[in-house]
Design a protein around this ligand. Sequence first.
Ligand code: F6P
Length: 541
Amino acid sequence: MSKLTESRVWKDLNEHYFNIKHLQMKEIFHYDEDRFEKFSIKWNNFVYDYSKNRVNWDTIAYFLELSKFQRLRFKISDMFAGKVINVTENRPALHTALRDPNPVENYSGIGFKQNIVDTRIKMEKVVKSIIKGEWKGHRNGQIKNIVNIGIGGSDLGPKFICEALKDYHTELKVYFVSNIDRRDINRVMLELNPEETLFIITSKSFKTQETLQNAFTAKNWMQRSGVSLEDMPKHFIAVSTNINECMNFGIPKENIFEMWDAIGGRYSLWGAVGLPIALQIGWSNFTKLLDGAYQMDMHFKDTSYESNIPVIMAYLDIWYANFYNSPGKAIIPYNNDMASFADYLQQLEMESNGKSVSAKGEKLDYKTKNIIFGGIGTNAQHSFFQLIHQGSHIIPVDFIVFSDYDANDNHNQKLLANVLAQSRALMQGKDKQQVREELISKGLEEKEIETLIPHKVFEGNKPSSTILINDLTPKNLGSLIAMYEHKTFVESVLLGINAFDQWGVELGKEMADDVLEELYNKENTVQFDSSTNSLINLIKK
Ligand code: F6P
């Protein structure tokens, strides 16, 4: 048994679960007309409505106890103070410093505080020179296309934000290449004119196989298009901690933007990894994105837990994963430009908290992060919402909706009607009596009604939270992303795990080197298991 499941508070939570798991939210709403007021938080342009969750004030009280038990307040201070909280890599986690307006003053104890400022100044200069057309290609033409080559945290955040902020785009066209599947970079090389194209090679380690392969392919493409080695720097920028490897690739120091070990890849879009964002939405909007995140940092750092959005979000995720055995959590923005939000959150949350040992190395006897998945509304209603409404699991949903309501826009009205109806339907359900009356009113025979009732009943009591934001702007998006970053951190603290390492991604990469060698080997492969051997030999045939 772990310290956590042995603890009084965990036992209290377990007992509390058994006491309230049968409660019907629809009845609670019926008797308590102030439930929304009690279980929602208003902050800046956000309303976080968590009233349609299987909780009451006792639940929150027990999680407040758990926060004390896991010394959350101290851990939050440690993070902002740059203490080593990523214990297995002996690093701090300082993504908040990247968006702080004055990191030199506010993060005085950190070695690279001035570098953050210098990098931001360098970014602004380069971004503005490219957007203004002052940065020239090898034939002295303007740069029109930006291609970011990176993967994971060097791709997902910037890619998602560029898609989400479509309304803020500059003239530049920004593309993202990540996969080693040649189809990914091919589509870019087929479409673009090399002399108008600037590549940003984004890689914290500058060792990632996919990124390096794509970078060399891009460099060969440029060379084949007539770009000389001495002109190559006009078409390449690098973002990395590994300055030497960037220079070995042929990128001069002035084109290299540094990253720091203290910032995890999936937490790094607020620094030079955000270059493609700044190029796509302009420097001023990029600073608004940073400001939105900074505002959320202050909310998270300074607000008591019961009114602290990231903290409540973390409570709920732990509550469902551990006590309701929810296998997953759905992220459903009702906004077509937010289609990649779940992809981004999958890395942020599952690479952070997909662990099974504690930060101290003890095997865990409780659940950590369950599966994050998602899609956009209303499309998800026509696909996996069947499972969420009538499946055998409890799958909590985060609905994200923007209330920039235009009474004359039929599309927008219907979009908003759907998202509000979905969270209500999940909570309210439809009982036998209601189904029976509905089928009778449709004139069905008794026999048909009896047959259909079990299939048309909606159990309801399915939890969801609604994040209502007034408008999809750079500032609000920055706040939303930082909200999930801090939720992820709080979950890791309450679960006693390290959110900032990712040892689980290493084994596959190591084995890929061995398999690659065998694919080049003309002889029959016999050294692995029969499945791997057979598949390699079939491919070689
Ligand atoms: O393999 C996982 C990972 O290390 C992620 O954590 C990281 O964001 C991604 O690969 C890319 O790493 P790099 O930025 O070093 O190329």
